[in-house]
Design a protein around this ligand. Structure first.
Ligand SMILES: C[S@@+](CC[C@H](N)C(=O)[O-])C[C@H]1O[C@@H](n2cnc3c(N)ncnc32)[C@H](O)[C@@H]1O
Length: 438
């Protein structure tokens, strides 16, 4: 095993470890992440080799890169001593290659002059190869962490590392997060989901090239385009056909795929009530990712009539000589439904349709003042792997990730949200989340 240093992005620190854990399983690498501290962007890990490090970090969204660790210390003297002690045999390996030096500084910075002076202090490495700033064979990086007390910025770092760059993530190499940024996307709506977290959701759900990803509440297709970006074949459905088709405008879900150059990863989107699902039983789905409707920006409705008796009376209505509900322009009646029941349906669908090892990842809203883990729905065939919280102060949305297990797994089926129904969350969202408002 060798020591590596992971450099995280400054975003969603409480999702980092779950993402790396999920990617480690995906690329079959064992990883101890127990030393992670959410307040710091650096984490030392042990990995078998550079190839494992590359595979682990390449598609990570919340990580910037990974470095082969050559040394560390609280001062530059300590850092140099550590490099000489632990990495002296490496100096010769890179003697002739082209190289450059870079800096990564957290809570502090260095001006150019001071960087040059620092680089000169590494002259004992005795590299003879040419410096190449554009496309070097190797990049050596000084990683610094400063301490900030109040308004005062420290002029010397409190911790230092030195490493050889092994892999930058796609976030840094290809600007992955900016590419999918909603501000640049041509077709979006009020329910479009943040690009960065859509990509993270895909990583946690183990979305893979050529596998089928289904979003049952596709809306403007945020999860589908992210999954297609990872090479998956994507299919979506939504009860509101206008959201899928762009309501008469040229822009729609399909248009976004065209724009991202992933049209071949677009199977289709279907206007369909999830609770009356028309996907044939043997249609293979490898992962399900979604943001179910919770009634704040969009209605949670299913096919059916509020008043069944009244509806039965209209069953034989004739319009222009045809029974009304057999006409192509018939608008099906819809009735409100509870989020708790919809989530039960979702878990049950996932348990029926996913292969063993297949993942379901969805977002669920919760009020922070009365959250209990027992609110999280469970299904006897699905193991809950991650429960990650994006906190909006009084309420949160939680990313819940489950994996389908085989018959030997004995889980519990629990409709957690029954006590916090859709009306309740919607009411509380609009009228306040204080303790007494329930
Ligand atoms: C939170 S939004 C998801 C938005 C989507 N992630 C996007 O990128 O735009 C929930 C979606 O569920 C749809 N929906 C509501 N009830 C539904 C049902 N019974 N079956 C299928 N879709 C439904 C709504 O029309 C809405 O588009």
């Amino acid at each position: 095993m060798k020591s590596y240093l992971i450099l995280f992005a400054q975003a969603h620190p409480n999702f980092r470890i779950a993402e790396l854990d999920a990617l480690a399983e995906l690329v079959n690498v064992k990883l101890d992440l127990s030393q992670h501290d959410e307040t710091r962007p650096y984490l030392e890990v042990q990995l078998p080799d550079d190839d494992s490090a590359r595979r682990l970090i390449s598609r990570a969204v919340l990580t910037r890169g990974i470095y082969e660790l050559w040394g560390q210390g609280a001062t530059y003297e300590e850092l140099h001593a550590s490099i000489k002690e632990t990495s002296a045999e490496r100096f010769d390996v890179y003697k002739k290659c082209s190289f450059k030096f870079t800096f990564e500084s957290f809570k502090g910075s260095r001006d150019h002059k001071s960087q040059v002076k620092t680089i000169e202090s590494f002259s004992y490495l005795d590299f003879e190869g040419p410096i190449n700033l554009k496309a070097p064979d190797e990049t050596f990086t000084v990683l610094e962490e400063y301490e900030v007390s109040g308004q005062d910025k420290a002029d010397q770092p409190k911790q230092l590392w030195f490493g050889r760059l092994i892999q930058l993530s796609e976030r840094v190499r290809n600007g992955l997060v900016e590419r999918y940024d909603l501000k640049k996307r041509k077709y979006i709506g009020t329910t479009s989901f943040d690009a960065e977290l859509s990509l993270v959701t895909c990583n946690l759900a183990h979305v893979l090239p050529d596998q089928i990803v289904y979003d049952p509440f596709a809306g403007t297709g945020s999860f589908l385009v992210a999954a297609a970006g990872y090479g998956a074949l994507t299919i979506g459905s939504d009860i509101d056909g206008r959201t899928l088709s762009g309501n008469g405008s040229k822009r729609n879900v399909r248009f976004n795929f065209k724009d991202y150059g992933t049209l071949t990863n677009f199977i289709d989107v279907i206007t369909m009530d999830f609770t009356h699902n028309a996907l044939r039983k043997n249609f293979q789905i490898d992962s399900i990712i979604c943001d179910p409707p919770y009634g704040v920006r969009e209605g949670l409705r299913v096919l059916g009539a509020k008043n069944e008796e009244k509806a039965a009376g209209r069953e034989h209505n004739i319009v222009d000589g045809t029974i009304a509900h057999l006409r192509r322009d018939f608008m099906h009646p819809k009735k409100p439904y509870e989020l708790s029941s919809l989530l039960d349906d979702l878990l049950s669908f996932a348990s029926d349709r996913l292969p063993v090892g297949g993942r379901l990842a969805f977002w669920m809203p919760t009020a922070n003042d009365d959250f209990k883990v027992t609110l999280i729905p469970q299904h006897k065939c699905l193991e809950l792997l991650y429960n990650l919280e994006q906190d909006f102060n009084k309420w949160s949305r939680r990313l819940l990730v489950y994996v389908k297990r085989d018959e030997s797994y004995i889980g519990e089926t629990r409709s957690g949200l029954k006590e916090m129904n859709i009306r309740n969350f919607r009411e509380r969202y609009f009228h306040g989340f204080s303790e007494n408002s329930r």
